[in-house]
Ligand binder design. Structure first.
Ligand code: NAX
Ligand code: K
Length: 509
């Protein structure tokens, strides 16, 4: 972890962020826990108990509960929930989508527990046609053992759950959501999802967000040392991390200590983008900002932010001295891919140094610099731009966002920020090289949001944060600022320009 230049020694405890696992890594943790002496059925009993406690807390008035059980251990969790609910005097019905007699191991023990508690277990498909008038549905069809989209009776169960107006608790994950990638086509739309032992990577990124509802997690009381061992895919970005990255400045700080950013772009008609980049960088604490743009935007830029140093430029030849003076460069928004943009981009790439490469600059990178790899740049594609760089469709990027970001990193190096719900920051193959942002909201689906993100990352780069750290902090601050802005005024109508002032609070943790 790097800290900005000219700041106090870091005093805040460095928070260890939550780890994210895929299904195979989760199974490895299950095995470790069992090897450490907790039986598989005890884990299942704890999972069921945690789910039932959450039901009591969130739906204290629920009296009629319908539990949809599959044929694996996820179904086993469901039988335990049914048993506990029945013992507590609730009216419970299990719809079994695999004959309970055929269940094995701990799931069979859970079936016995449910029978002992007097739970009515009915054939799933037949039960779908019988009205039940549930206050709550429990989705225990598929968990980490699912392969592909739900099939056969499971698919009909998913559809039935989604057509029922009752709220839905998904056990471990909404059936139909891929635990590894977040891919979901036909999946249970949950009110909330309670995951066990490991946070599944796929629940935090891409389409999964449309299905998981509110996310809850329970470690089933496992030893934290066990949970910290073994492999994981990456880590979650959390607000508590900000204090570690951004300690207070030293009292003697001056603008020479806080970095000089050069923002390049803004052909005629596209001037607003670079103004937003510049303002966002200023709001996260960049000391000085020079903006090189088309001369037609000079007055607008200065009127919006008189703190900027603005130069109208006709070609790359006019930014040599600005590049010399800058600690980092942000280039791309409003740049265009014509001769003007090309000349400026070529000039910026002549010199090494931290750069945020976005929007049109990503297209120019692909068309003019095939195969170029650098350590010190941050590339910030949205799924469409990532697809352009990988030569595939945006839907393929979204089907496995981590794989796409990793492939971009292998080709281009540096830091890849793959935008979109559950933004990913990827700078290598290890767990510590992958960060995922679980914050942000659909209000961010509006023009200029990406420009503001690029500006924030660049504004942190010039303050001396390493590229991966600047990207993580920038992504986090951007999402948290958007969430705060949405809390104040709502998601619809949220403007990119609204974020900058909210970001200021987050960079002074
Ligand atoms: N000891 C453990 O391993 C623990 C497991 N737990 C639960 O167990 C789950 C994992 O259990 P399993 O590994 O048995 O797997 P699942 O219960 O997720 O699914 C396996 C079953 O689903 C069927 N299936 C797979 N893909 C399908 C598809 N696309 N359409 C229709 N049917 C499909 C399989 O044939 C099998 O019957 C976790 O998600 C969690 O809920 C928890 O009880 C905690 C402890
Ligand atoms: K489930």
């Amino acid at each position: 972890m790097s800290t900005p230049l000219h700041t106090r020694r870091r005093t805040a405890a460095v928070e260890v962020p939550a780890r994210l696992h895929d299904a195979a890594q989760t199974r490895a943790l299950d095995r470790e826990a069992i090897a450490a002496g907790i039986s598989g059925f005890e884990l299942m009993r704890r999972a069921g108990a945690a789910a039932f406690a959450l039901i009591r807390q969130r739906w204290p008035k629920a009296r009629r509960i319908r539990v949809f059980c599959g044929g694996g251990n996820n179904g086993g969790d469901g039988y335990v929930v049914a048993a506990l609910a029945s013992r507590a005097g609730l009216m419970v019905e299990v719809l079994a989508f695999k004959s309970p007699e055929t269940l094995a191991g701990e799931a069979a023990e859970a079936v016995a527990m449910a029978r002992e508690a007097g739970v009515a277990i009915v054939d799933g498909e037949a039960g779908l046609d019988q009205p039940f008038d549930a206050d709550l549905l429990v989705d225990a069809l598929l968990g980490t053992g699912a392969k592909g989209a739900p099939r056969g009776a499971y698919l009909r169960a998913v559809e039935a759950i989604n057509q029922d107006p009752a709220p839905v608790l998904a056990i471990d994950l909404p059936s139909g959501v891929d635990a590894d990638t977040g891919m979901a086509e036909q999946a249970v739309s949950a009110t909330l999802t309670l995951s066990f032992i490991a946070r599944k990577f796929g629940l935090y990124t891409g389409l999964a967000a449309d299905y998981v509802g509110e996310r809850f997690f329970d470690d089933l009381g496992l030893d934290p040392r066990l949970l910290a061992s073994g492999e994981a895919l990456g880590r979650l970005l959390e607000p508590a991390m900000l204090a570690g990255y951004l300690p207070p400045r030293l009292p003697s700080s001056h603008k020479g200590h806080t970095g000089h950013l050069l923002v390049v772009g803004g052909r005629p008609g596209y001037g607003g983008s670079t103004i937003m980049v510049s303002e966002a960088a200023a709001r996260v604490g960049a000391g000085l900002i020079s903006l090189a743009t088309d001369a037609c935007h000079l007055a607008a830029a200065l009127a919006r932010r008189p703190e900027l140093m603005v130069r109208g430029v006709r070609s790359g030849l006019e930014i040599g001295d600005l590049l010399e003076a800058a600690d980092a460069v942000a280039i791309g928004p409003g740049l265009g891919q014509g001769a003007w943009g090309q000349g400026l981009f070529d000039k910026v790439l002549e010199r090494p140094g931290p750069r945020v490469i976005d929007a049109d600059a990503l297209h120019l990178l692909e068309s003019r610099y095939a195969g170029l790899r650098r350590d010190d740049w941050v590339l910030t594609p949205h799924p469409g731009e990532a697809a352009m760089m990988l030569g595939c469709k945006a839907s393929q990027v979204q089907a496995d966002r981590l794989a796409a970001a990793r492939e971009l990193w292998r080709r281009r190096g540096g830091v890849i920020v793959l935008k979109g719900n559950g933004t990913l920051v990827v700078a290598g193959e290890n767990e510590t090289d992958v960060a995922l942002c679980p914050y942000g909201n659909p209000g961010m689906a509006s023009g200029g949001m990406g420009d503001v993100l690029g500006g924030m990352i660049a504004g942190l780069l010039v303050q001396g944060l390493a590229p991966f750290d600047a990207a993580c902090v920038g992504v986090l601050v951007h999402a948290l600022a958007a969430d705060e802005a949405a809390r104040v005024g709502g998601e619809r109508g949220l403007l990119a320009g609204d974020l900058a002032s909210f970001a200021r609070r987050r960079v002074n943790p």
